[in-house]
Ligand binder design. Structure first.
Ligand SMILES: Nc1ncnc2c1ncn2[C@@H]1O[C@H](COP(=O)(O)OP(=O)(O)O)[C@@H](O)[C@H]1O
Ligand SMILES: [Mg+2]
Length: 627
């Protein structure tokens, strides 16, 4: 008893949640009434004209086959009467006024044809108007949805974006939004258009014979239930299909981004195998989904026809008994076979709502995701550094278990250049990323002039900083567009000046379209040194007070390194900076050097002091044989 009760409440909860998600999806179309009210009107008119269209079968058949069909002129408008006789009177009235009193069989048929065509024209015009209203609603909704998702993604903390997440986000923004769009379009049809059609056809059927209608109505729910059951089992494979698609996009993204590595290591086969496996799995799911989907229509049509057969027998006997006219009966069958179509889609679409809501939930998982690095309620503006940045006994771990930074304390005074050196994997990049608060630390403090980094509004903090890393990040845009990212309000002259400081001006001018040259996806059309100098120009343009250079020169050849090095030296002048570097030239002049080893500060001091000490630093220098 109790178990049953809980089960029922949880189903109610699920339905409630589904409904809420669904409303929330719809609420992206603003204002909703701007779409639903016209849709309501158009759908109703479509149903009216469509029904009349089917009713036209009766007079057409009658005038052709009924031997005792008599025409009586009607001069006064007979009013709208809802039955066969009223309908006939109306047609006679139209005939009298268009063709005169003289009865002519062919003229009458011609008039019926014209009326049918006009009714059909109206029916389809309103159908088109209704469909376009839904299209507008759909496009508008999706546009807002994608915008919102994208801006939410931009708000997330850096740690949120693991490789797996990236594929997932891509599949949500592309795939799930597609699923939702069909759900929205279809459910509106279910909510308005189909019920109107069903009402219209039912009215026509009852107008012809209420006994037969009653009989038919008993059948509809039975047919409906059977069909509904078949369609219901669609949801699960659909969900797994989405996940597989996410995996596939992941592999695709990785491969495209790392094409050189794939080719260089002859790993194409390896990657292709991986892709094929996921692809095959996906196809299997698609087939099992398609099997159910494709079965639904034939099955329901077959069942519909079976129902028609039963009606045929019952109705036929009514005709033989003279209860209904033959023409009326045929119109009835036509209307009845039509009613199963909206009825079927009515049931089909409920399965789609499930799918759409499931996709909607995935979309909201992005929209509702909370950044782990959040601004405080009354976060203050970072106005600039007055004295120093201090890291005090900082502990940090990416995954919450393995400590990557273990009790590190570092001081960077205003105007100083502090260098971090050490073996790779020691935690230097991680430390440099803690300063702009890309991650929150687990213990210790990061202070700007004695105030915790968490108290500042992140945007104001980052406004004062530039980060140039080994991995230059360029976007598929012009060179100028990429540099402007440093300060979008800058003028062209300022961009040129920044490029000159970054030693980038001359190669930019040599490019085919100068500053307007498109640099290709992720900057693939440029050499490593050129990319690096563009990202330095970007940092120069931003003119930051605090500068973080993470191995900005390590990937360069000697020639471009010298150019980049010059650019960096100019950039460092008069700024507070943290420099991570392999090469002596950059760290030689640092005010203080910290040797980071396995997440700890192993040594600290100036170049001379550390050399004299003969510890890790001296060893590193010796090993790497700096010139
Ligand atoms: N995004 C990340 N997620 C999890 N672990 C990471 C991440 N980035 C770096 N690590 C790990 O943190 C440690 C320090 O890395 P890193 O700061 O890049 O060192 P360095 O810059 O000194 O070479 C390494 O063991 C690395 O595997
Ligand atoms: Mg690093």
């Amino acid at each position: 008893m109790l178990v049953q009760h809980t089960a029922r409440t949880s189903i109610t909860n699920i339905k409630h949640r589904m409904f809420k998600t669904y409303l929330r999806l719809l609420s992206f179309a603003k204002p909703l009434s701007r779409y639903t009210i016209p849709y309501f009107i158009f759908a109703a008119l479509h149903a009216v004209f469509n029904t009349v269209n089917y009713a036209m079968i009766i007079p057409i058949l009658n005038s052709m086959f009924e031997k005792d069909f008599v025409f009586t002129p009607v001069y006064e408008f007979p009013g709208l009467e809802f039955n066969t006789e009223g309908f006939n009177n109306l047609l006679c009235y139209i005939y009298t006024h268009t063709q005169g009193e003289e009865w002519h069989h062919v003229h009458f048929l011609g008039m019926l044809a014209v009326v049918t065509i006009v009714m059909n024209l109206f029916s389809n015009l309103f159908r088109y108007a209704a469909a376009m209203t839904v299209e507008r609603l759909r496009v508008n909704t999706l546009q807002r949805m994608r915008d919102e998702m994208f801006s939410r993604v931009l708000d997330m903390n850096v740690g949120y974006f693991s490789e797996q997440r990236k594929g997932d986000i891509m599949s949500k923004i592309t795939q799930d939004v597609m699923v939702v769009q069909y759900c929205i379009t279809n459910t509106l049809q279910v909510a308005f258009r189909d019920p109107f059609l069903i009402i219209g056809y039912l009215a026509l059927m009852i107008g012809i014979s209420w006994q037969l209608s009653l009989f038919a109505i008993v059948f509809l729910p039975i047919v409906g239930l059977v069909i509904g059951n078949i369609v219901k089992r669609l949801r699960h494979p659909a969900k797994r299909g989405q996940e597989r698609m996410g995996d596939m996009v992941s592999v695709l993204d990785e491969t495209l981004a790392g094409m050189k590595i794939v080719k260089g290591y002859n790993a194409a086969e390896f990657i292709a195998d991986k892709f094929k496996k996921i692809n095959a799995h996906f196809s299997q799911l698609m087939i099992s989904m398609a099997r159910r989907q494709q079965l639904a229509s034939p099955m329901s049509e077959f069942l519909g026809i079976t129902a028609v057969g039963v009606i045929l027998v019952f109705g036929g006997s009514l005709v033989v008994d003279g209860e209904i006219q033959g023409a009326g009966f045929i119109a009835f069958i036509a209307a009845f076979s039509q009613i199963t179509r909206p009825l079927r889609s009515f049931i089909d679409q409920f399965a789609n709502i499930n799918q759409g809501v499931a996709a909607g939930e995935r979309i909201f998982s992005i929209i509702d995701a909370e950044s782990e690095v959040k601004d405080m309620k009354n976060a203050r503006e970072f106005e600039g550094l007055k004295e120093s940045i201090e890291l005090k006994n900082v502990h940090f771990s990416y995954d919450g278990s393995r400590e990557v930074i273990n009790d590190v304390s570092i001081t960077i005074r205003k105007g100083e250049t502090v260098a971090l050196v050490g073996a790779s994997g020691g935690g230097k990049s991680t430390l440099s990323e803690l300063i702009p608060r890309f991650y929150d630390i687990q213990a210790g403090e990061i202070l700007f002039d004695g105030v915790s980094v968490k108290e500042f509004n992140q945007e104001s903090l980052r406004r004062k900083m530039s980060i140039v890393s080994q991995e230059t990040v360029l976007f598929n845009d012009s060179i100028e567009g990429n540099i402007l990212m440093g300060r979008p309000s800058a003028t062209h002259d300022e961009v040129v000046e920044a490029s000159k400081i970054a030693n980038a001006h001359s190669f930019i001018m040599d490019s085919p379209e100068g500053y307007e040259t498109n640099i290709g996806d992720r900057g693939t059309k440029l050499s490593g040194g050129q990319r690096q100098r563009i990202s330095i120009a970007r940092a120069v343009l931003k003119n930051p007070e605090i500068l973080i250079l993470d191995e900005a020169t390590s990937a360069l050849d000697t020639e471009s390194e010298k150019l980049v090095q010059d650019a960096l030296t100019k950039l460092l002048e008069g700024r507070t900076s943290v420099v991570i570097a392999h090469r002596l030239s950059t760290i030689y002049n640092a005010d203080r050097i910290y040797v980071i080893d396995q997440g700890r500060v192993a040594e600290q001091g100036t170049h001379q002091e550390l050399l004299a000490k003969g510890g890790i630093y001296a060893h590193l220098i010796e090993m790497q044989s700096f010139s």
